[in-house]
Design a protein around this ligand. Structure first.
Ligand SMILES: *Cc1c(COP(=O)(O)O)cnc(C)c1O
Length: 385
C-alpha cells in the first residue's frame, strides 16, 4: 500500500524525504559546489552543483510529484524557469500567450527572445474557438496563465490542450496563482507547468525561485540539458527554504482562499467598488470552468473603485495591507498593476486588455479576515474624502 494518497501528505512526505545517513527528518542543505570522485570516471552520482545538487534534487522530485509530471527543475527565479522553457524553441518559431500574462513574461519575449527570432502574439486564450485560427504553422506553443494576472481571466486548460494536441504543439501553463494544491494543469493536458515559487510555494516572501515540471520524460531531458547549459539554477539554501515552505502549502492555501472569498464578497457589496474580479464569485468570467479545473478561486482579487475615489490615496491609507509588488506570502499585499507589475506593457496594450489606472490588485494573506476588512474599509473611506 502507498504511504499516502492525498496531496496534504505529499506536500510533507513527497519527493525525497529526510536524510538516510542520519535519519534527519529534513533534507540537509548540501552547501557544496563540487564532489570528490573515487577514481577517474567514478563518482557517487554527483559531479558539480550546476548539474545537480542533492538538496535541489529533493525539491525537484517533490514538485514533479505534486504536479503529476515526469520530472521537475528548480531555477533561481520564475523568470529563469520561463527562460529555460522558452529556450526549447528556435528562430522562426512563434509562441501564443494569454492576454494579461505576468509583465515579465511579456517583457522577456518582447525584449530578449524577439532578438533571437522567436516571435509571440497576445491572444484571448479564454476563447478556444478564436484561438484555433491563430495557430499558424510557425506557432510551436501556447503559454497560458489561469487565472491570469491581474484580471483573473480564466482559461479552459483542457479546451486549449485539445487544440495543442491536435496540432502537435506544446501547452505551457504558468500555475503560479493556483499552485499544485488547487490546480494540476498536467491532468488537463498541459505539457509543461511553470511556477514562480517566489509566491505561494515559498509562501513567506523570503526567497526568489522558479520551478518547471514536464509531463513527459523526453521533454525533461531537453530541459535538464538547458538547465545545465544556461545555469540559472536554484542554490541549496533556497532549495531547502522552498521545501520547508511547501510543507505548509495546504493549510496556507485553505486560509488564503477562505479570506479571499470573504474579501471578494465584501468588496462586491461595497458601494464604492465598481467592479470585482475574482474567479470564486459565481457571476465571474470563467467561474464554471475554474470550478471544474481548480479546487477554488484562489486568493488573488482585483477591483476598481468608482471615479469618486482616489486610488493613490487608497494605497497610502492602507495600514495593515502593504503596498508592494509580488503576491502569495502570508501577509496581505496590494499593488497598482498599471504602474507596478504591468508597467512593462505599453499603455495602448494595457488599455486594450483592461488594465486601467484605477485597477487595484490584492494578494489576500492569512491574517484575521476582520482585520483585513477593517483596513480595506478605512482606506476606501479615506480615499473618498
Ligand atoms: C512573479 C511571477 C513570475 C516571475 O517570477 P519571479 O520569481 O519573480 O522571477 C512569473 N509568472 C507569474 C504569474 C508571476 O506572478
Amino acid at each position: 500500500m502507498a504511504k499516502y494518497s492525498h496531496i496534504e501528505s505529499a506536500l510533507i512526505h513527497g519527493g525525497i524525504y529526510g536524510d538516510p545517513l542520519t535519519g534527519a527528518v529534513n533534507v540537509p542543505i548540501y552547501q557544496t559546489s563540487t564532489y570528490e570522485q573515487q577514481a577517474l570516471g567514478q563518482n557517487k552520482g554527483w559531479e558539480y552543483s550546476r548539474t545537480g545538487n542533492p538538496t535541489r534534487a529533493a525539491l525537484e522530485a517533490l514538485i514533479a510529484e505534486l504536479e503529476h509530471g515526469a520530472a521537475g527543475f528548480a531555477f533561481a527565479s520564475g523568470m529563469a524557469a520561463l527562460t529555460a522553457v522558452l529556450s526549447l524553441f528556435s528562430q522562426g518559431d512563434k509562441i501564443l500567450i494569454s492576454q494579461n500574462v505576468y509583465g515579465g513574461t511579456f517583457r522577456v519575449l518582447d525584449k530578449v527572445f524577439k532578438n533571437f527570432g522567436l516571435s509571440y502574439s497576445i491572444e484571448d486564450t479564454a476563447n478556444a474557438e478564436t484561438l484555433a485560427d491563430k495557430i499558424t504553422p510557425e506557432v510551436k506553443a501556447i503559454l497560458i496563465e489561469t487565472p491570469a494576472n491581474p484580471l483573473l481571466t480564466v482559461t479552459d486548460i483542457k479546451a486549449v490542450a485539445d487544440l495543442t494536441k491536435a496540432r502537435g504543439i506544446k501547452l505551457i501553463a504558468d500555475n503560479t496563482f493556483m499552485t499544485p494544491y488547487l490546480q494540476n494543469p498536467i491532468d488537463f493536458g498541459a505539457d509543461i507547468v511553470v511556477h514562480s515559487a517566489t509566491k505561494y510555494l515559498g509562501g513567506h516572501s523570503d526567497l526568489v525561485a522558479g520551478l518547471a515540471v514536464v509531463k513527459e520524460k523526453e521533454l525533461g531531458e531537453k530541459i535538464a540539458f538547458i538547465q545545465n547549459a544556461t545555469g540559472g539554477v536554484l542554490g541549496p539554501f533556497d532549495s531547502f527554504l522552498l521545501i520547508r515552505g511547501i510543507k505548509t502549502l495546504g493549510v496556507r492555501m485553505d486560509r488564503h482562499a477562505q479570506n479571499a472569498e470573504r474579501a471578494a464578497l465584501y468588496l462586491k457589496s461595497h458601494p464604492a467598488v465598481k467592479r470585482v474580479y475574482y474567479p470564486g464569485l459565481e457571476d465571474a468570467q470563467g467561474y464554471a470552468v475554474n470550478k471544474r479545473q481548480a479546487k477554488n478561486g484562489g486568493a488573488m482579487i482585483s477591483f476598481e473603485l468608482t471615479e469618486k475615489y482616489d486610488v493613490a490615496r487608497f494605497f497610502s491609507s492602507l495600514r495593515l495591507i502593504a503596498l508592494a509588488e509580488s503576491l502569495g506570502g502570508v501577509e496581505s499585499l496590494a499593488c497598482h498593476p498599471a504602474t507596478m507589475t504591468h508597467a512593462s506593457f505599453p499603455e495602448k496594450i494595457r488599455q486594450e486588455i483592461g488594465i486601467t489606472d484605477g485597477l487595484i490588485r490584492l494578494s489576500v494573506g492569512i491574517e484575521n479576515i476582520e482585520d483585513l476588512l477593517a483596513d480595506l474599509e478605512q482606506a476606501i473611506e479615506r480615499s473618498g474624502e
